[in-house]
Design a protein around this ligand. Structure first.
Ligand code: NDP
Length: 296
């Protein structure tokens, strides 16, 4: 039976580390890291993600700047708000919750976030540096970073391992592939046009599933002993639940548990890592500006 990688427990450990760092910044330099979380409109899922991010900040002592903008706001006004946050020295990280309402061009807004406060790491310059050998981005995207933390904190080395990433999105599949490559794994990306994906996945020592396809990856697609990180979060009907649904991953968890060396559950695997690593970025950035000021 596979070892279950407990994302909640690992996230809790990281939160303690962040809280210690935040306390030390405050005690030694009288500095409190600040994270601005911008939400436009009232989408229920976005409101819930934003509230989790804000709660994660307050738990570790990070100051949260709550920017709640009305659905009808113009693109120019959102951009003006981003500029204001760029210029606010108390704000060390800016997150704009996606998706934005249809009348606002997301690209136009995201590209206005100062690269030095782009804690999501989605600015093309940050992604570009992630892709280049010998360069380091200012920030690594949180979900991909969370996947690697789950592996390394579970004692799984990445060097020279054969890794297969299922999915190539800008927010998960592509950046996680680049991080694995930086960690000296040999990486293959599988996407919706890949033929015979199961044969490719079967060769992997490490599988990162981020396709958004419920239980797509079966037990017999997994190499015995492989490490399986399931990013997928899919709602499927479940009449036995009050809500009428439950969340499952892209991996058939029951089947994978019989074959893999270790596997993350959904929920309770990658999800808690994403929420935890967001305040981490703001905190690191505050510490970094501190160092720059100290050496200036
Ligand atoms: P996207 O829909 O943006 O991307 C999905 C990717 O999977 C695409 O690259 C697509 O290929 C590929 N794909 C789709 N079907 C298949 C298939 N049958 N075989 C192989 N590849 C396939 O999704 P995201 O990357 O945004 O998210 C992926 C999943 O991760 C979702 O379930 C999402 O909810 C979850 N998620 C979880 C997070 C967490 O913190 N736990 C955070 C972010 C996302 P193509 O490019 O060819 O279309």
């Amino acid at each position: 039976m596979a070892t279950i990688i407990d994302g909640k427990a690992i996230a809790q450990t990281i939160r303690k580390e962040i809280a210690d760092e935040v306390r030390s910044l405050s005690q030694n330099y009288n500095k409190v890291p600040g994270l601005a979380v911008v939400i436009v409109g009232m989408r229920k899922d976005s409101l819930s993600y934003v509230s989790m991010k804000r709660k994660a900040c307050s738990e570790v002592g990070i100051r949260s700047f709550d920017i709640d903008l009305p659905e009808q706001i113009s693109e120019a006004e959102v951009v003006a708000k981003v500029h204001e946050l760029n210029n606010n020295p108390d704000v060390h990280g800016i997150l704009v919750q996606l998706p934005l309402p249809k009348h606002i061009n997301e690209e136009n807004v995201l590209s206005e976030i100062s690269i030095e406060k782009d804690v999501d790491g989605f600015h093309p310059l940050n992604i570009g540096k992630l892709a280049m050998k010998g360069r380091e981005p200012l920030f690594q995207p949180c979900t991909p970073k969370g996947c690697l933390e789950l592996l390394t904190r579970s004692g799984i080395s990445l060097k020279s391992k054969r890794a297969v990433v299922v999915g190539r999105s800008n927010i998960v599949g592509l950046p996680v592939s680049l991080l694995l490559l930086k960690a000296d794994a040999t990486v293959t990306i599988v996407h919706s046009h890949t033929l015979n994906s199961e044969n490719i996945i079967r060769e992997a020592d490490i599988v990162i599933a981020a396709a958004g396809q419920a239980k797509m990856i079966k037990g017999d697609w997994i190499k015995p002993g492989a490490a399986v990180i399931d990013v997928g979060t899919n709602a499927i009907d479940d009449p036995s639940r009050k809500s009428g649904y439950r969340l499952v991953g892209d991996v058939d968890f029951e089947e994978a548990s019989m074959v893999a060396g270790c596997v993350t559950p959904v929920p309770g695997g990658v999800g808690p890592m994403t929420t935890t690593l967001i305040p981490n970025c703001a905190s690191l950035n505050a510490a970094d500006t501190n160092e720059k000021n100290a050496t200036a």
